[in-house]
Design a protein around this ligand. Structure first.
Ligand code: ATP
Length: 494
């Protein structure tokens, strides 16, 4: 539940405002003076917003805002004042207040103001994060991680940033491993230097070596010119090897050499080249288990695993869900040009009860879809149809196996090692609008297929076929001729 700080020296007014916030689903925290408010702000960096009275005996509202600016306290501020002098309001807004109102305030007005202030804050954070990503200066504040189980991740990130030893980040898919890697880079001495990402699982095995180490002209058919690899691109900076467990064994040998010697050998090169790269690897399958089963070189495992960081799955840190939801809502509603202020309490219940096998990335995608679907100021459960369907399915499945002892757990990182390697990716179901090479089919092909399907479905009875397709019989015949399908087909028995 998002915490809101209410600051007022009048105890009656303080209770009234706190009660409005409480009824709107926020957790109010109260302070009766400026000094006390500042203490709370310094302690609790996760406050959603502060409602601040301007006139107070010890430290007034303006002085509180001034102190916040100096100390870099960024909680959004909504000013409340008894007299609406334009000058006061202008100075408060100049100090960075998100909004102001004159007491007594209508509850709806206060709630909208709170939601807007939080949305603006989340949006500013998203923009800051995007800037940081581009500049290679990601830091701890660009990651939502207030859950106790993330405290260790944050501490380890800070330690890893102080050195350049290889780091191995383990965690299920979509938990934020790349984000962790970017924070290590962005807060260390290589901040602002290249951050090059390679998804080892996405490169065809015969190209991995050339992608990583580069190649020389003529090294193989099609190598028309010298080509630098990812190691060279990351020179002076950080190389992030995602899904490192997917590297072919031959490439693992070369990677080991690159780590041991600090030099690489491009394909077709006659001599090695020196590189200065900090390596951060990630995997969603326990690398140790792969090493034990011989699928990953043990010597390379120990080289990569000097400093391991395990990122827990989202279902083990549900405390982060509200902040993540606000973060993605603000970002996507701004991108889609919609005025979504937040989510209904029912949505929060739905999301809290769900297991999130795809972790933060799945949440990000679910919120994106919800924003596209939503047509009100708050996201509702019907805006999350997939989560609703899967949650309902899970309930039913659980009811069906009530008497069976085995728990229905989502895929866990340890369980993921059981997959045989190489893992032949199942052929994706072909979309009926896409050709085999993934291009959209021409309309004529789609129409031809629809007609053929309708003819088969209605046993060749053309009146029915035409009716089903919503066209006249003569149009159907014309199309059959056009597509060369007329021969032997026309059987007009209705
Ligand atoms: N704690 C967080 N705060 C804000 N955004 C997050 C957080 N964790 C993940 N994200 C966002 O979720 C998405 C997935 O994160 P990321 O790519 O880092 O996951 P990953 O574990 O590397 O995924 P994969 O295993 O598929 O490579 C990204 O858009 C990322 O910015």
């Amino acid at each position: 539940m998002t915490r809101v700080l209410v600051v007022d020296d009048d105890p009656v007014q303080l209770r009234l405002t706190a009660e409005i916030a409480n009824r709107a689903g926020f957790k109010p925290i109260t302070a009766t003076g400026g000094e006390q408010a500042l203490d709370i702000l310094r302690e609790d960096r996760q406050l959603g917003a502060m409602i601040l009275d301007l006139v107070m005996p010890d430290l007034d509202g303006m002085a509180v805002m001034e102190a916040m600016r100096k100390e870099g306290l960024t909680t959004p501020v909504i000013i409340q004042t008894a007299n609406a002098s334009l000058e006061t309001v202008i100075s408060a807004m100049r100090q960075g207040a998100a909004d102001y109102f004159v007491k007594p305030v209508a509850p709806e007005r206060l709630i909208i103001s709170l939601r807007n202030a939080m949305k603006l804050d989340a949006l500013e954070a998203a923009i800051r994060a995007e800037h940081a990503r581009r500049a290679g200066t990601f830091s701890r504040k660009d990651m939502i991680a207030t859950a106790p189980s993330m405290a260790r991740v944050i501490t380890l990130c800070a330690k890893a940033a102080k050195s350049t030893i290889p780091v191995l980040i383990e965690g299920e898919t979509g938990v934020g491993k790349e984000l962790v890697a970017r924070i290590i880079q962005g807060t260390g001495e290589r901040a602002g230097k290249p951050f090059v990402t390679v998804n080892c699982g996405a490169i065809p095995p015969n190209l991995v070596e050339s992608v990583l180490f580069g190649h020389k002209k003529g090294a193989f058919t099609g190598a028309h010119a010298d080509q630098a690899g990812k190691f060279s691109e990351a020179h002076g900076g950080t190389l992030f090897l995602d899904e490192v467990g997917e590297l072919p064994l031959e490439t693992q040998v070369k990677l080991l050499r690159a780590l041991q010697e600090g030099e690489i050998e491009p394909v077709g090169a006659s001599k090695p080249e020196k590189v200065n790269v900090r390596l951060i690897s990630a995997t969603n399958r326990r690398l140790l288990n792969l090493a034990k089963s011989g699928e990953f070189r043990e010597d390379l495992f120990y080289r990569l695993n000097v400093f391991p960081i395990y990122v827990p799955p989202l279902r083990e840190r549900r405390e982060d869900l509200p902040a993540l939801l606000d973060h993605f809502t603000a970002r996507f509603s701004a991108e889609a040009g919609k005025r979504v202020l937040g989510a209904s309490p029912a949505v929060m219940d739905l999301l809290q009860a769900y297991d999130w096998p795809g972790n933060v990335r799945q949440l990000e995608n679910a919120v994106y879809r919800a924003i596209v679907l939503s047509d009100g100021p708050f996201l509702e459960t019907q805006d999350f149809p997939q989560i609703v369907a899967q949650s309902a399915g899970r309930e039913e499945a659980l009811r069906a196996v009530e008497k069976v002892a085995a728990p229905s757990e989502p895929v866990h990182i340890d369980a993921a090692t059981a997959r045989p390697r190489p893992d032949p990716a199942p052929a994706p179901a072909r979309d009926r609008f896409l050709s085999d090479n993934g291009d959209l089919q021409p309309l004529s092909d789609i129409e031809r297929e629809a007609i053929a399907f309708a003819i088969a479905h209605h046993g060749g009875r053309m009146s029915r076929v035409a009716r089903a397709l919503g066209i006249g019989r003569s149009t159907l015949y014309r199309k059959l001729h056009e597509y060369g399908m007329a021969d032997g087909l026309i059987n007009d028995a209705a």
